[in-house]
Ligand binder design. Structure first.
Ligand SMILES: [Zn+2]
Length: 117
């Protein structure tokens, strides 16, 4: 068995590689944060947020990012959970308040699925 000896990088090359890796990581973190901020802008989180199920039912729920007990998170804006309007399990989507009409907001407030996220 033969082995090929690779040349050892010197200290200056290691420093350049380290700085380049740190810069690339920082750029990725900033890009991901900016994309997340853009994606989630206009949405409200916490208690009593309006969601719409796949069948079009509107209701309010508690939506806390990265926390869910009664639902399965399928991304930052979609969950699989119980819909109290249709009394079924469904995909529900978080709604922007600006996308709702006053009558839709009123209809959504008639049904709440509880205070547990
Ligand atoms: Zn429904």
């Amino acid at each position: 068995m033969t082995s090929v000896a690779l040349p050892e990088p010197n200290q200056a090359q290691l420093a350049v590689y380290t700085v380049a890796a740190i810069l690339i990581a920082a750029i990725l973190v900033v890009a991901i944060a900016a994309r997340s901020r853009r994606l989630l802008s206009g949405y409200r989180f916490g208690p009593d947020v309006v969601v719409r199920c796949r069948d079009g039912h509107l209701f309010t729920t508690t939506w806390i990012p990265m926390a869910s007990v009664k639902s399965i998170r399928l991304g930052p804006l979609v969950r699989y959970q119980y819909c109290p309007v249709g009394q079924h399990m469904a995909l529900v989507t978080l709604m922007k308040d600006s996308d709702l009409t006053p009558s839709e907001r009123l209809a959504a407030r008639r049904f709440h699925d509880g205070g547990v996220p």
